[in-house]
Design a protein around this ligand. Structure first.
Ligand SMILES: [Zn+2]
Ligand SMILES: [Zn+2]
Length: 264
């Protein structure tokens, strides 16, 4: 059985299809999913997914790409983190991919937002779901500075270099692989996946984005995390069952989910 450690079931492409999505999950042996929050405005809907379904959990946070939304204070995050079934802070981090003509210096607001999330993770002891794109040096620097070694979590939808992966592992973070692992041009990422110890690997879909082969170009869904697991198993030359059990156990431990797979 599998856990999709990162999906956006509140997004319009998926929100209206939850019963179908759950059926497909069950058929593909994907037993659980973590529903990721990207704005405070969206949080009630994400949280409802987790309270309405006993195999969904959720996070609280504001994505670095989201502008013109409510800026989270530490207290905003702590209040939501205290609610039942909230298992992580995020997704948060830094994204300099779309600067829209701005300099990195002008993205100080994003770094401050990231720091607020790190403070919330430290205060609650919850893991941090980190998004980083075209900003890995600053992401690591802010994590080190604000986290002071006390924060743990996951670099989600990993697409960075081996060097960044090793730095994240060194800080005690997990690395989560998405359907990008199956993309033809992702050889560098596949090398990273071979190198990350299995006990630090998670798998995710990042639905509705990044559908893995053989579904590329379609609307992604949690059921397809099984394709990510299969690719990871092939890369590591391990039985699929070994990767399924390990990534499930890793997600259970990181997010504090009830363990249902031990000894099976
Ligand atoms: Zn992300
Ligand atoms: Zn995401």
């Amino acid at each position: 059985m599998y856990i999709d450690s990162h999906c956006h079931l509140s997004f319009p492409e998926l929100a209206s299809r939850i019963p179908d999505i759950r059926r497909e999950m069950a058929a593909a042996d994907v037993h659980r999913a973590v529903c990721i929050c990207t704005t405070l405005e969206e949080f009630p809907q994400v949280h409802a997914l987790a309270t309405d379904h006993d195999n969904f959990w959720c996070t609280a946070g504001v994505h670095p790409d989201n502008e013109g939304v409510q800026e989270p204070t530490l207290d905003d995050l702590l209040q939501r983190a205290a609610l039942p079934r909230v298992v992580a802070i995020g997704e948060t981090g830094l994204d300099y991919y779309r600067l829209n003509g701005r300099s990195v210096a002008e993205m100080a607001w994003q770094r401050e937002r990231f720091r607020v999330h790190i403070r919330a993770a430290c205060a609650t002891g919850l893991p941090l779901v980190v998004h980083t794109r075209s900003a890995s040096d600053d992401t690591l620097a802010v994590l080190r500075d604000e986290g002071q070694g006390a924060v743990r979590g996951v670099f989600h939808c990993f697409t960075e270099t081996m060097e960044v992966a090793m730095a994240a592992l060194e800080m005690g973070f997990h690395i989560s692989f998405s359907g990008i692992l199956t993309f033809r041009n992702a050889e560098t990422l596949r090398e990273v996946a071979r190198a990350v110890p299995l006990e630090r690997c998670l798998i995710e879909t990042d639905s509705p984005y990044l559908a893995p082969a053989p579904h590329r170009g379609k609307t992604n869904q949690p059921a397809w995390v099984a394709h990510v697991a299969a690719k990871l198993a092939a890369l590591k030359n391990l039985p699929l069952e070994t990767v399924a059990q390990a990534t499930t156990a890793n997600a259970e431990a990181l997010f504090g989910l009830p363990a249902i797979t031990r000894g099976t």
